[in-house]
Design a protein around this ligand. Structure first.
Ligand code: UD1
Length: 421
């Protein structure tokens, strides 16, 4: 398995372009199941998760090919309505095929995803909402068996808790229902809005996009469309924190600042100067004194859980202490013991809070992480550390960061991949 080796201590300087958001692309690809006509996506990153979604779509009989940053999906010859365990357990976003398959074909069999490194991550709300639209759902042999007599029927559903995947799954089902569906307390993450906009381009009738209530008037069929994927706000936040932790300066393009308000607030309070530039923003920390800053993860537009580990790495080099509270997932401090191995001073309180006391220097070490964002937090810490860090389990990074080493080395980082058989 590959490893990444970083010799830290160089302030990053330069320009980094952000690609389309992984978490927008995955549901958009699934939306390709809703029509027999082609869907063409632009600004698609090259990532292992995109490959896994292609593999799943192929297994259902769909066409899915990526050429450079253009990805085409066509589902005019669906041969299977089953999403198998080996793919769903590898990538949870696979569960999103449930709603579209059920809405278009009246039937689907989708493996339950099971637990994951960052928490239990149930899918009960996806199922509850689909049942409200008329689906009959049973669980057998670890699989959800969903069926509907005729078509799904429009109805009202209020999510008891905001869920990104649940909103996407149910939105994709509701666009092909008979009658009108009203969804309340939906997730407002930009990736949900991007999906809604693409569905509208495909002929769906959705109003209230960008608000907590969607009104979806079902249509009989959808058609093909072309859609440009929004920039990856988490990738952008990660590089802004890389500028901060190395006390460098990066111009980050491809992701609008409007998606990053909570991250910008936290970075500004910590002493990283964020300035809007054409098509993006700059993160300046060359002469900064980074100071301990508290954050709490929340649903959008709050501080994203997917940027918590990276911010913690930054805070471990700050003056003073910061309190980091994770409210979305119950097991999202797996990176803490690894940061501590690099000299960070972090104490976990209960399951949801960590106090980070900044240290004057981190030192290189052999580390690993058990999830995507935890792994990239190790990269950030390594960029700032004295000496050499070797990060194993690089496959996590390949799931979500397009050309990570190339982007960082073009800005002065001493980073290389070591391939092992
Ligand atoms: C998505 C993102 C993930 C991000 C997360 C939160 C993708 C592919 N993944 O994950 O990167 O960390 O949003 O921003 O876009 N919940 C339930 N029941 C459900 C569904 C969710 O209790 O049926 C709970 C979860 O356990 C969690 C919270 O709701 O505590 C939010 O989860 P959710 O928004 O659904 O996250 P994902 O869509 O899985």
């Amino acid at each position: 398995m590959d490893k990444i080796q970083i010799v830290g201590g160089t302030p990053l300087e330069g320009k980094i372009h952000i690609k389309g958001a992984k978490n927008a692309c995955l549901p958009l690809m699934v939306a390709g199941l809703l029509t027999e006509e082609p869907l063409i996506f632009k600004n698609v990153p090259h990532l292992a998760d995109i490959e896994t979604m292609k593999e799943l779509l192929h297994s259902l009989g769909a066409f899915a090919e990526q050429k450079d940053d253009v990805l085409t999906i066509q589902s005019n010859n669906i041969t299977s309505l089953t999403a198998p365990y080996d793919i769903v357990s590898k990538m949870r976003a696979s569960f999103l095929v449930l709603g579209p398959l059920l809405a278009r074909f009246g039937k689907a069999k989708v493996s339950l995803p099971g637990g994951c490194a960052i928490g239990t991550r149930p899918v009960d709300l996806h199922l509850m909402a689909l049942e409200q639209l008329g689906a009959k759902i049973t669980i057998e042999g670890g699989y959800i068996h969903a069926e509907v007599d005729g078509r799904l029927k429009g109805s009202a559903f209020t999510f008891p808790k905001q869920t990104v995947g649940g909103t996407q799954n149910v939105m994709m089902a509701a666009v092909l229902t008979e009658g009108t569906t009203v969804l309340n307390n939906i997730a407002l993450e930009p990736e949900c809005t991007d999906l809604a906009n693409c569905l509208v381009a495909m002929g769906a009738k959705i109003s209230g996009i960008g608000t907590p209530q969607l009104v979806i008037e079902g249509v009989d069929r959808l058609h093909g469309a072309e859609h440009t994927v929004i920039g990856d706000r988490i990738e952008a936040a990660t590089y802004a924190m890389a500028a901060g932790i190395t006390r460098g300066h990066l111009d980050i393009t491809g992701c609008p600042l409007e998606y990053l308000a909570a991250v910008v607030r936290a970075l500004t309070e910590a002493g990283v100067e964020i300035t809007e530039i054409p098509n993006g923003f700059s993160a300046e920390a060359r002469h900064a004194v980074i100071i301990g800053t508290d954050v709490m993860t929340e649903v959008y537009p709050g501080f994203p859980t997917d940027a918590q580990a990276q911010f913690m790495a930054l805070m471990s080099t700050a003056y003073g202490a910061s309190l980091i509270t994770e409210t979305i997932f119950e097991n999202r401090f797996m990176h803490v013991p690894e940061l501590v191995r690099m000299g960070a001073n972090i104490t976990i309180h209960g399951t949801s809070s960590a106090i980070v006391r900044g240290t004057t220097h981190l030192s290189g070490a052999d580390v690993m992480a058990t999830d995507l964002r935890g792994s990239v937090a190790m990269v950030l810490a390594a960029l700032a550390a004295k000496g050499t860090t070797t990060i194993s389990r690089v496959y996590h990074l390949d799931r979500g960061y397009d050309e990570l080493e190339k982007k960082l080395s073009s800005c002065g980082a001493n980073i290389k991949r070591i391939s092992e058989a």
